[in-house]
Design a protein around this ligand. Structure first.
Ligand code: IMP
Ligand code: MG
Length: 176
C-alpha cells in the first residue's frame, strides 16, 4: 500500500501485466500499419510512460511526437478542455495514432479528434492504455485499448494524483 498526499492506494495492475498489455497493443499496431509510417502523438503528461514502452515494442517505422492537452485537476475531470500545445508539425496525409494513458469521460479525446482531422490527416485512431467504460460520456471509437478498468481513481505508470506518483512501475487504485 502507498500513501500520496491525503489518499491511500493499493496495487491494482502489476508491472508484468502492464507490459503484456502494451505488447498486445503493439502487435496489433505492427500488423495494422505494416508498410506505413504512422505518426504517434503522445498526450502529455500522463502518456509519456506508456508511449515510451509502446514505441519500443513497435517493429514498423513510426514517428513519435508529444502534445499537451489537459483537463484534469485532482481526481475529477474539470470538463473544461484547454488549448493544445506543441502540435505544430505538418500532419497532412499522415496516419495518426493518438496515444493516451487513460480515457475517462472521453471529453479530452472527443475535443481533440476534430482538431486532428482538420489538419488533413489520412487517418486518425485512438490508442489508450486504460479505459473506464463506466465513465465514458461521449461517443468515441477507440481502436486500441490495452485494458478496461472500473470507475475508481488510479495512479502510477505515468498517471498522477496532483502530479505525484507518475513514476510507479505498477498501477495503484485508490482505497475506498
Ligand atoms: P477524460 O477527458 O475525462 O477522458 O480524461 C482523460 C485524462 O484524465 C487522462 O488523460 C488522464 O490524464 C486523466 N485521468 C483520468 N482518469 C484518471 C485516473 O484515474 N487517474 C489519473 N488520471 C486520470
Ligand atoms: Mg492524460
Amino acid at each position: 500500500m502507498i500513501t500520496v498526499n491525503d489518499l491511500q492506494f493499493e496495487k491494482f495492475i502489476p508491472a508484468e501485466e502492464i507490459q503484456q498489455c502494451v505488447a498486445s497493443v503493439a502487435a496489433k499496431i505492427n500488423h495494422d500499419y505494416a508498410g506505413r509510417v504512422p505518426v504517434l502523438i503522445g498526450i502529455l503528461n500522463g502518456a509519456f510512460v506508456f508511449a515510451a514502452d509502446l514505441v519500443r515494442q513497435l517493429t514498423i517505422e513510426h514517428e513519435i511526437h508529444f502534445a499537451k492537452f489537459s483537463s484534469y485537476e485532482g481526481t475529477e475531470t474539470t470538463g473544461n478542455v484547454k488549448e493544445l500545445i506543441g502540435l505544430n508539425m505538418d500532419l497532412s496525409g499522415r496516419d495518426v495514432i493518438i496515444v493516451e494513458d487513460i480515457i475517462d469521460t472521453g471529453t479530452t479525446m472527443y475535443d481533440l479528434l476534430p482538431r486532428i482531422r482538420q489538419m488533413g490527416v489520412n487517418s486518425v485512431e485512438l490508442c489508450t492504455m486504460l479505459l473506464k467504460p463506466g465513465k465514458l460520456q461521449v461517443p468515441l471509437d477507440i481502436k486500441y485499448c490495452a485494458k478496461e478498468i472500473p470507475n475508481a481513481f488510479i495512479l502510477g505508470y505515468g498517471l498522477d494524483y496532483d502530479n505525484l506518483g507518475r513514476g510507479y512501475k505498477d498501477i495503484y487504485v485508490v482505497k475506498s
